[in-house]
Structure formats: structure tokens, C-alpha cells
Design a protein around this ligand. Structure first.
Ligand code: 5GP
Ligand code: ZN
Length: 118
């Protein structure tokens, strides 16, 4: 069982923000923004590339509810999905990073970083 499956099953602790039958939102253990939430489906889906449109359709309103719960709908936020090796995905269970609580920089897409290691 992967680490996020264990969190979804309650076998590993997490600092939860919101949950329902199909999705969970909890604080990232190593935050890179003042607010850094991970949003996952309870079912194991390896990555964004393999998620079904049906599951995504249900995940979108859940993500919006998490943003609202934290008042990020008012101030703004960034949603990030790392997919696969080049995307820097470390945990092979689909998750969205919801980042906010500050004006976020866009350094990874800055001109001098683009295509650096390609
Ligand atoms: P990725 O690089 O796969 O997109 O992101 C994985 C994220 O999961 C990282 O931001 C990392 O800090 C977070 N993470 C890894 N293990 C745990 C854990 O056991 N609990 C929580 N809450 N976050 C974790
Ligand atoms: Zn999993």
C-alpha cells in the first residue's frame, strides 16, 4: 500500500482539512508556502495522466471546497500537479498541491530556468 493510501485508510496520521467518501485534503508535511495542502482521491490512482475524467469531475468541486474552507477563494491560490519523473513526482498516488497564504513566485518558469536540463 502506498503512503497516501495509508493516510486515506487512517493507517498513517495526517493533519486533515476536509474529507468525504472519495477525497481527502491534509497539510503537507514539508510545506513550501504558508498554506500547503495535499488533495488526494482515496482510491489509488498513480498520477494525473491516468486519472479518469469521471473522477476528475468529482475532484474539481472538492478542491474548490478546500480552497473555500481555508478562505483561499478570496485571496487566491496555486494548484500544482507533479506528474512523473520530469514533473518531480515523488509520491506515486495522484495529489494536487494547493498553495497559498502569500504572493507566490513563479521561479520554475522564469526565463533563465526554462529548458535548462532538457
Ligand atoms: P510530489 O513531489 O510527489 O508532488 O509531492 C509529494 C509531497 O508529499 C511532498 O510535498 C511531501 O512533502 C509530501 N509528503 C510526503 N510524505 C508525506 C507524509 O507522510 N505526510 C504528509 N502530510 N505529506 C507528505
Ligand atoms: Zn496509493
Amino acid at each position: 500500500m502506498c503512503i497516501f493510501c495509508k493516510i486515506a485508510a487512517g493507517e498513517m496520521p495526517s493533519n486533515k482539512v476536509l474529507e468525504d467518501d472519495e477525497f481527502m485534503a491534509f497539510h503537507d508535511i514539508n510545506p513550501i508556502a504558508p498554506i500547503h495542502i495535499l488533495i488526494i482521491p482515496r482510491m489509488h490512482v498513480e498520477n494525473f495522466q491516468s486519472v479518469s475524467p469521471e473522477l476528475m469531475a468529482k475532484m474539481v468541486p472538492f478542491i474548490q471546497s478546500v480552497a473555500k474552507e481555508l478562505c483561499l477563494d478570496q485571496t487566491g491560490y496555486r494548484l500544482v500537479v507533479n506528474n512523473g519523473r520530469d514533473g518531480g513526482q515523488e509520491v506515486p498516488h495522484l495529489h494536487f498541491h494547493l498553495l497559498g497564504g502569500a504572493r507566490l513566485k513563479w521561479t520554475h518558469l522564469a526565463k533563465d530556468e526554462t529548458h535548462k536540463s532538457l
